[in-house]
Design a protein around this ligand. Structure first.
Ligand code: 9D3
Length: 250
């Protein structure tokens, strides 16, 4: 996967490749990243990238002439889709991440200030993407989130033991709890089943935890699913045990 990111803060964006999985992907040659600064495409002495909004109001808007020159330069080497990171975009989901991971290359356009001139969206943007319903100060963190989420799905980046199809989110469920040594910490024990060596029972316990915790913490995710009979039985059991344990407390 090759990413071209268009940003006024190229050094900030490049830090996404300095750590962990994304760094390893870059070292493996599975991922490459170029960052292009619109300021380098200005023609005035002040290297102006923003201007006042037509119609008045607070804040500034990124200049369309500068962005057009930048995007056209990037498009010479990258024939991929142009994604504009914006609070007005479609919320990013794991499903969308998985689809984007199939592309050969992408161009990620980051806005600053109040955003970019609307005509750039009409002329050059294929897709507008938000990373969630909260306010950021620009698109860079959005682009870095996309790069991180896409990169870990690229073939050979993750070891097979935590491959993409094992990701609980791909399935629309939360992950089960995890434990490691020591067996006892601050008087809290590891669930006995995980030390039983009974792999079928462990798998069943983990599945039950995934279903039960999703029901408790993210009921909205369960609403969107129809459970198979085995999962429904596991969730029924979890809910029964939850009810019993809450009755003991009260
Ligand atoms: C007057 C209202 N504006 C400021 C509060 C709207 C506004 C403009 C520009 C809000 C945020 C931004 C900058 N945000 C992004 O570039 C952005 C973003 C986000 O804010 N939330 C979630 N995903 C994204 S992706 C890019």
């Amino acid at each position: 996967m090759h990413f071209d990111v268009i940003s006024l803060f190229p050094e900030f964006v490049r830090t996404v490749t300095a750590y962990g999985v994304v760094r390893r992907a870059k070292e493996l040659g599975v991922l490459s990243l170029s960052v292009c600064n619109p300021r380098d495409f200005t023609t005035d002495v002040h290297r102006t990238v923003d201007d006042r909004p037509y119609g008045g109001g607070p804040g500034m808007v990124m200049k369309p002439d500068v962005l057009l020159a930048t995007i056209r330069q990037v498009r010479r080497s990258n024939k991929g889709r142009v994604i504009y990171l914006s609070p007005q975009g479609k919320p990013l989901t794991q499903q969308r991440v998985a689809a984007l991971a199939q592309e050969a290359s992408l161009i990620l356009l980051c806005g600053r200030y109040e955003g970019i001139d609307e005509r750039i969206i009409e002329l050059e943007v294929d897709e507008e993407c938000s990373i969630g319903d909260y306010v950021l100060s620009g698109g860079e963190l959005g682009a870095m989130v996309m790069i991180d989420a896409i990169t870990r799905l690229l073939p050979t980046v993750l070891g097979h033991e935590s491959s993409a199809e094992q990701d609980s989110f791909t399935e629309g469920l939360l992950d089960c709890p995890h434990y490691t040594r020591p067996e006892l910490i601050d008087s809290k024990e590891v669930p006995a089943i995980l030390k039983s060596g009974d792999h079928a029972a462990i798998a069943r316990w983990r599945r039950k935890q995934m279903l039960g915790l999703t029901w408790l913490k993210r009921p909205d995710l369960l609403q969107a699913k129809t459970l198979n009979p085995v999962d429904q039985t596991l969730l029924d059991e979890y809910q029964q045990e939850y009810k019993v344990s809450s009755e003991v407390i009260s």
